[in-house]
Ligand binder design. Structure first.
Ligand code: BTN
Length: 258
């Protein structure tokens, strides 16, 4: 599906000292015709973004903050798969580089000891005719932050590799490891769906937990039953009804945790 004529993801990496958001920066390049695989990494972000307009703290030199530009040949309907596939890819890169085994909090966060290690923000640009023009995959991985490097609000819900290792790998080494896994993901997308689904289910710690589902202007408590074939989350609510939650509509969080 994704053809050999494309350059590998990360064939060119642009390094910035500081930017508002690598996703924003890369979007501007994408709109002026930048090629598939171009990668932008920043030492710090002044406006790092997460899903639902949340911010992503990006302290200078402490984390790996980067975005890759993808120019898919598949239909827009397949784009939502990329976030969970990328979560598996980043887990594998962290596992290989550190021996640590992050869990996945549905749908886009990596956790260590129930605290956020990494977030993934996937943004698609759809043309008026409905075709997919590009996708920007933004990844923020906390590497060397100590507790005091996070704001007080974030310190209680975030962690970094350095909080679990004596010496975390360099950000450069981690970037190489993640890019290798993203290339594997891209080369096998979507034919390896079964393998990525299995790997996702094995790491997803949301399943089997009480979750607070936000969306549609109200919060509802439910219980996460499982991950469906399309990576939606099956949740049972207190009244016995079940729903398959789509990542675009809701966020699910363990009660009391982000
Ligand atoms: C989330 O927490 O919901 C996702 C966070 C994604 C953060 C990364 S850091 C690099 C890229 N640039 C951004 O502004 N966001 C992503």
């Amino acid at each position: 599906m994704n053809t050999l004529k494309q350059q590998p993801i990360g064939f060119r990496v642009e390094h910035l000292d500081r930017v508002d958001s690598t996703n924003n920066y890369l979007k501007t390049l994408a709109l002026s015709g930048a090629p598939h695989g171009l990668t932008v990494v920043a030492d710090s972000q002044t406006g790092g973004r997460g899903r639902f307009g949340r911010s992503f703290e990006s302290a200078e030199g402490k984390g790996l903050y980067f975005s890759v530009l993808l120019r898919p040949e598949f239909p827009p309907s397949q784009a939502p798969l990329l976030t969970p596939w990328a979560a598996v890819a980043v887990c594998r890169a962290v596992e290989e580089s550190t021996g640590l085994s992050p869990n996945i909090k549905w749908i886009n966060d990596l956790l260590l000891d129930e605290k956020k290690l990494c977030g993934i923000l996937t943004e698609a640009d759809i043309a008026p005719d409905g075709s997919l023009r590009h996708i920007i995959l933004g990844i923020g991985l906390n590497v060397s932050q100590r507790e005091e490097d996070f704001s007080p609000e974030v310190a209680s819900i975030a962690t970094s590799l350095a909080q679990h290792l004596e010496q975390p790998p360099s950000r450069e080494a981690l970037l190489t490891a993640v890019l290798t896994q993203l290339n594997h993901m891209w080369e096998t997308f979507p034919s390896a769906q079964g393998q990525y689904l299995e790997a996702y289910r094995a790491r997803c710690s949301t399943v089997g937990q009480e979750v607070l589902v936000t969306g549609g202007g109200k919060d509802r408590e439910g219980f996460a039953l499982g991950i469906n074939e399309n990576f939606s989350l099956r949740v049972r609510f207190g009244d016995g009804t079940c729903e398959n939650l789509d990542s675009g509509m809701v966020s699910a969080r363990r009660n009391g945790l982000t």
